[in-house]
Design a protein around this ligand. Sequence first.
Ligand code: FNR
Length: 356
Amino acid sequence: MIANRKDDHVRLAMEHHRTGGHNEFDDVAFVHHALAGLDRADVSLDTRFAGLHWRVPLYVNAMTGGSPKTGLINRNLAIAARETGVPIASGSMSPYFKDESTAGTFAVLRDENPDGFVIANVNANATVDQATRAIDLLRADALQIHLNSLQEIVMPEGDRSFAAWSRRIEEIADGVGVPVIVKEVGFGLSRETVTALVKLGVSVADVAGRGGTDFARIENSRREYRDFAYLDGWGQSAPASLLDAAEVGLPLLASGGVRHPLDVVRGLALGARAVGASGTFLKTVLDGGPDALVAQLSAWLDQITALMTVLGARTPAELTGCDVHIRGALREFCAARGIVSRGRAIAPEPELRHDR
Ligand code: FNR
């Protein structure tokens, strides 16, 4: 049954996947400075955070594993990660805890990518023992713990108990020997949540915001009466989460609704140390196999470098010094939350006056 669910998630994520359309990354605009440009050769994509060193500020975020089909997808994702040096995360390894015969569908991420940066993934009810088994299976460099309460309540067979999550996260952060990244699955992380994660000993938070893959929608379409349709639009976008939690000080990763290299650069400019995507890369690998994903990841890295060259940022961290203009719904969110961005208050848009 769990294997069927993993196949369902891939199929439904692709059925609901939108390639175009507005999301809140569009509310982040760079002020163009025509003399800011650098020499491209002086731009480095290196990023360092939480004791980690990544050669690129981009990653393939958590997706799948647990069935023969998803094992094949993981194989193709891993090949592309190996060929481009892009870090990669596993999907939830719960199927492995329930049935050890699924091990290969996850281990392929390491088998195909022996020297890459590989991240294991567990849910927030996992024990320290399970987290350790997940890390060992992948010889993982870091562990993701996903927070998905909204998904679970809509999932017909989902969990209904979340009160133990904080305690579990604290035990895992204390009990495993790799950095722990806590992530949402597409509804964002608030300032309050990120503050709580600091106290639990977490190293990094991945905001995984609204605007891309929508697990309320995916799980709702697995329900007999599709009776949770009204949850469409729940949560905060990645840009909103980054602005909201910037002052907390925990290193942040950004994902959720990332469509192209400009979204990556926007996320970095709002303070993310690296930016990840799932749905966009899944579509590419399903349509064109590992070669298509290698081409896409290479093009993205090339274009991220190009955009940094124009913006005058030698490193991903220097992008945080760029002038950005926050507009639209994102601006409204900032005003409602009293957000001050890099020392400048983000005020509500002035009311339009229609004097005659
Ligand atoms: C996911 N995501 C996910 N996240 C997680 O932590 N564990 C998981 O098992 C899964 N499974 C999964 C399956 C599929 C098919 C997709 C597309 C995504 C969520 C993912 O990591 C990310 O947080 C969100 O999808 C938002 O990113 P995108 O898809 O909008 O780029």
